[in-house]
Design a binder for this molecule. Structure first.
Ligand SMILES: C[S@@+](CC[C@H](N)C(=O)[O-])C[C@H]1O[C@@H](n2cnc3c(N)ncnc32)[C@H](O)[C@@H]1O
Length: 239
């Protein structure tokens, strides 16, 4: 049976579901082991279970969960250097931070969300899946960023479906260590910037008074052919 015929939620974490994640990740050149895909499957089951009472995801179809959550999260792996300290800004149900932690034990990952029930889920998932090198923090980015231990402590701040580039940069710049970057993962609905002629694919832009070099990478999700983009913003020092 092909990935297009996975209808029932019970098929999450089945062999077929895991193969969808594994084959999808290979499109980005990222190897996901069966053991790693199993942990993602357990996360997905917990996510949908908690989703009955806590608003964690609008996506519940098994194929869409595999591709739009896990394969999409894996798309950032090639952009992350070894040993990076990562903040997942507005992590929700754990995307992209939990799949990143499952795939890359060299990373140190902090998940932040302003909704307490979502952070309760994240803490529960970290504990239940026995994940290491990852922590979940409740709070608003704009409150946490200016103070220790968060200020200047991250090599990469990543967000998915968060807000405009200007808003993201404004809330998360204080978290960055010198030489660090911001990385926004965007879908068509969450990308007002995509329509903004002032935001070129590559080159410098100014957001909230700070100059950034920009690199945008557009891609299409396998199996579903949905459009996505990654935008990396690196503050230009001395600008
Ligand atoms: C659209 S959801 C995206 C969730 C997840 N990143 C994903 O892609 O599935 C945005 C998340 O950001 C959180 N959020 C919104 N404003 C925030 C803020 N100022 N500080 C921390 N989290 C925030 C929301 O609670 C929500 O979980």
């Amino acid at each position: 049976m092909g990935p297009e015929r996975m209808g029932d939620i019970a098929t999450i974490d089945s062999e077929q579901w895991r193969q969808t994640v594994i084959r999808g990740a290979l499109v980005w050149g990222v190897a996901v082991s069966d053991a790693q895909a199993r942990i993602m499957g357990r996360h997905a089951l917990e996510l949908l279970h908690w989703n009955r009472t806590t608003n964690l995801t609008a996506i519940t179809d098994p194929l869409a969960v595999a591709v739009k959550h896990y394969v999409d999260a894996v798309a950032v792996v090639p952009w992350i250097h070894r040993g990076a300290r990562i903040l997942d800004a507005g992590s929700g149900g754990g995307f992209p931070g939990i799949p990143l932690n499952i795939l890359r034990p060299d990373l140190s990952v902090t998940l932040v969300d302003s909704v307490r029930k979502k952070v309760s889920f994240l803490k529960y998932a970290i504990r239940t899946l026995n994940l290491n090198g990852i922590t979940a923090v409740h709070g608003r980015l704009e409150d946490l960023g200016p103070s220790p231990p968060y200020r200047g402590s991250y090599d990469l701040v990543v967000c998915r479906a968060f807000s405009s580039l200007e808003d993201f940069a404004g809330r998360t710049l204080p978290f960055l260590s010198p030489g660090g970057s911001l990385l926004a993962m965007k879908g068509p609905q969450s990308d007002p910037d995509q329509e903004n002629e002032n935001h070129k694919d590559d080159g410098p832009i100014v957001l909230g008074g700070t100059s950034f070099s920009v690199r945008r990478h557009r891609y299409r999700l396998p199996f579903l052919d949905a459009q996505r983009s990654l935008v990396r913003l690196t503050p230009v020092s001395g600008a």
